[in-house]
Design a binder for this molecule. Structure first.
Ligand SMILES: *Cc1c(COP(=O)(O)O)cnc(C)c1O
Length: 361
C-alpha cells in the first residue's frame, strides 16, 4: 500500500473558495522556524506571539489588543459576544456571514444576543453592504422593553459578494453607530483583499474610520489556520482571554498560530497575496463578462466574481471537472480566486466557459 497517493498528484486549482488553497511559502517558513525554536512557553506566552502582536500594532499604527483564534466563526462570535449582553442585538446585512453561515455561533456565544437583519433598498444594499439608513431604520424601529436593544453594527469587509466598502462608506456607518451608541464590528475574513482593493492604509478603514474591533482573516489569505481578533478599543477586550479559553479557542501551542502571521506580515506578504488574488479575479472578469449568457452580478472589487450562468453551461463546467458554488449569497455562481491562483487556471476556466457558452447559445 503506497503512502504517496495523497501527495503524488496535486489536484487542479479550483474557484470554489479561497480556502481551498494551501499555505503560502512565507507562512510555512515561519512555521518551520517556530518549530526549530526549541521549547517555547505555551498558551501565547512565546516569542512568536509577542512578535506577531507587535507587528499587528505596527501595521495598524495603534496600541491595539490582539488575540488569535482558530477560525472566523469563532473570531466573529467571540468578538460580538464581548460587545453584547444577552439582551442586546447586532445589526447586520442580510448576506452577512454571521447571519447566514455561522450556525448561530454569535447568538450562542453571547447567550442569546439577536442578530437584526437590516434590509436596505438602495444600490449599496443590493451590493451586499449595510447602509447608514438601514442602520438608522433598525435603531428607530423599536426602542421598547420588549425588543432586544441594538448594541453593535457589524459589517463585512470585503463583503460576501466581493464588493468593498469605501473609506467614506465605513466612516458614514461608524458615524451613525457612534451617534446611536453602537459599537462597530468588522468581519474581515477578507480584510486583506479590501485593503488591496482600496489601496489605503489598513488604519484608514478600521480605527481611524471608527471600527472598534476587527476580525482579521488569515486563513483565506494564505495561513493554514488562524484569525486575529484586533480590539482597537481596548476597554472592550476586558476578560476576552477567558472567553477565548472557555470557547475552546485557546491554542496551547500558540506559536504555530502566531508564527505564520509573522511570515505574512513581514515584507507585506499579506498584501501581496491579496493583490494577486484580486488581480486574478479581474483577469477572470475581463475574460468572461462579455460571453453570451453570462451576467456578472456584482462589481468585481475583491477576489470574487459572481456570475449568472445558463444551467446547461454550469452542467458542462461541472462535467469538465470545475468546482464552484451556485446560489451563494444573492444567487449566481461564485468564482473565488486565492493567493496562489495561476493566470493559467483563470485562462483555462475562461476558455472552457466560453466553449460551453458557444455550445449553449
Ligand atoms: C470564510 C468567512 C468567515 C470565516 O469562516 P470560518 O469557516 O469560520 O473560518 C467569516 N466571514 C466571512 C465573510 C467569510 O467569508
Amino acid at each position: 500500500m503506497s503512502t504517496s497517493t495523497l501527495t503524488s498528484l496535486p489536484t487542479r486549482q479550483q474557484f470554489a473558495s479561497d480556502n481551498l488553497a494551501g499555505i503560502c511559502p512565507e507562512a510555512l517558513q515561519s512555521i518551520l522556524d517556530a518549530n526549530g525554536s526549541g521549547h517555547q512557553p505555551a498558551y501565547g506566552d512565546d516569542a512568536w506571539t509577542a512578535r506577531s502582536t507587535d507587528m499587528l500594532r505596527d501595521l495598524f499604527q495603534t496600541d491595539c489588543d490582539v488575540y488569535y483564534v482558530f477560525n472566523g466563526t469563532a473570531a466573529n462570535s467571540l468578538a460580538l459576544a464581548s460587545l453584547c449582553q444577552s439582551y442586546h442585538s447586532v445589526i447586520c446585512a442580510p448576506m452577512a456571514h454571521i447571519e447566514t453561515d455561522e450556525c448561530g455561533g454569535p447568538e450562542f456565544f453571547s447567550n442569546g444576543s439577536k442578530l437584526l437583519v437590516a434590509e436596505g433598498d438602495d444600490e449599496a444594499s443590493r451590493l451586499g453592504k449595510l447602509t447608514p439608513d438601514a442602520v438608522e431604520y433598525m435603531v428607530n424601529r423599536r426602542s421598547d422593553i420588549h425588543y432586544p436593544k441594538p448594541k453593535v453594527v457589524s459589517i463585512t469587509q470585503s463583503t460576501e459578494v466581493g464588493t468593498v466598502y469605501s473609506v467614506e462608506e465605513v466612516r458614514a456607518i461608524a458615524a451613525i453607530a457612534k451617534r446611536r451608541h453602537l459599537k462597530l464590528h468588522m468581519d474581515g475574513a477578507r480584510f486583506a483583499n479590501a485593503v488591496a482593493s482600496l489601496d489605503v492604509h489598513p488604519s484608514e478603514i478600521t480605527w481611524r474610520a471608527g471600527v472598534d474591533v476587527l476580525c482579521f482573516g488569515g486563513t483565506k489569505n494564505g495561513l493554514p489556520v488562524g484569525e486575529a481578533v484586533v480590539f482597537f478599543d481596548r476597554d472592550l477586550s476586558v476578560d476576552f482571554a477567558w472567553r477565548v479559553k472557555q470557547a475552546g479557542q485557546l491554542a496551547s501551542k500558540m506559536r504555530f498560530i502566531s508564527a505564520p502571521w509573522v511570515g505574512m506580515l513581514e515584507h507585506d506578504t499579506w498584501l501581496r497575496n491579496a493583490r494577486h488574488a484580486n488581480a486574478m479575479a479581474q483577469r477572470l472578469h475581463a475574460a468572461i463578462h462579455h460571453l453570451p449568457g453570462v451576467r456578472v452580478l456584482y462589481p468585481t472589487q475583491a477576489n470574487a466574481v459572481f456570475a449568472q450562468l445558463p444551467a446547461a453551461v454550469i452542467t458542462r463546467l461541472h462535467a469538465a471537472g470545475w468546482k464552484f458554488y451556485e446560489f451563494i449569497a444573492g444567487g449566481g455562481c461564485r468564482l473565488m480566486c486565492a493567493w496562489d491562483t495561476l493566470p493559467e487556471t483563470v485562462d483555462a476556466f475562461a476558455s472552457d466557459l466560453a466553449n460551453a457558452c458557444a455550445v449553449a447559445a
